[in-house]
Design a protein around this ligand. Sequence first.
Ligand SMILES: Nc1ncnc2c1ncn2[C@@H]1O[C@H](COP(=O)(O)OP(=O)(O)OP(=O)(O)O)[C@@H](O)[C@H]1O
Length: 232
Amino acid sequence: MNLLTGRDIGIKVDERWLYREVDFHLAQKRMLAIVGDNGVGKTTLLQAILGQRKLTEGELQWHTENGKQPTIRYVPQYRPDMQAFPLYIKDFVALSFDRGLRPWLSAQEKHQLQHILEDTNLLALADRRIDTASGGERQRAYLAQALAQNPQILILDEATANLDNSAKYELMDVVKHYRDHHDLTIIMVSHDLDIVSDYGDDYLLLTPHGNEFGDCKDADLARLKVRYDADV
Ligand SMILES: Nc1ncnc2c1ncn2[C@@H]1O[C@H](COP(=O)(O)OP(=O)(O)OP(=O)(O)O)[C@@H](O)[C@H]1O
C-alpha cells in the first residue's frame, strides 16, 4: 500500500531551485533512502514531508484515511558533543510517554517500555546512565524514544553518521527487525551507500540536474556512486 506520493516536486530557496520534477512514492513498511550531495536539499524535502515547509511546486499526497500526515517520529544524527543527560537509559526512553504531570509510569507504559528496551537491545543497559553510554547505545536510546511513541513513519536523518561500523549495523538491524514486526515505514537520509544498499528498499537520488527514484535491488550502486560522487 502506498502511504505517500510526491509528484513533480520543486523547491526554491532564495530564488534558487534546489530541484524540480521530483517524483517518488513511499510504500507502507518499505525503507526509502534519500541520497544526494551535501546541500542538495535532503533536509528541506524532509521538512516538506513533515509539513514544516511549503513546496514551491508539485504536491505531496498522503494516502491515509483522512488524507492527513500520519504519526512521524525522527531520529537525528548522533554527534559526540551532543548534550547527554544525567538520566538512566530507561528514564530517558520513558520521557517520550505523554504523562503530563504524573511522575510514575502506568502498568501499560511499564510494559511498553520493557518491550521497546528489548527491541532496541537496551534491556541489559536500562539502569546505565545515558551520559556514560557509548555512541551506538545512545543512538539506540534516541531510537527507542522515537519508537515508544508508536509512529507509523520513522525518519532517520543521517542517524548512522559518526558511529563506528558495528554500532551502525546494530542500529540498522534493530530498525529493520522492528519494522519487520510492526507497522512501520522508514525514510532515511544517508550519505552511506553501503547502508543504503544493505537496508534500503527504494532510493531517491537528488541532484541539482536531475533526480532518480527506484528500487534499491535494481539499482546499480556503483553507477549511483559515480553519479553521486560526480556531484561532490
Ligand atoms: N531557511 C533557509 N534559508 C536559506 N537557505 C536555506 C534555508 N533552508 C535551507 N537552505 C539552503 O538550501 C540548501 C539545501 O539545504 P539542506 O539542508 O536541505 O541540504 P541537505 O541535502 O540536507 O544537506 P546536508 O547533506 O549537508 O545535510 C542549502 O544550500 C541551504 O543552505
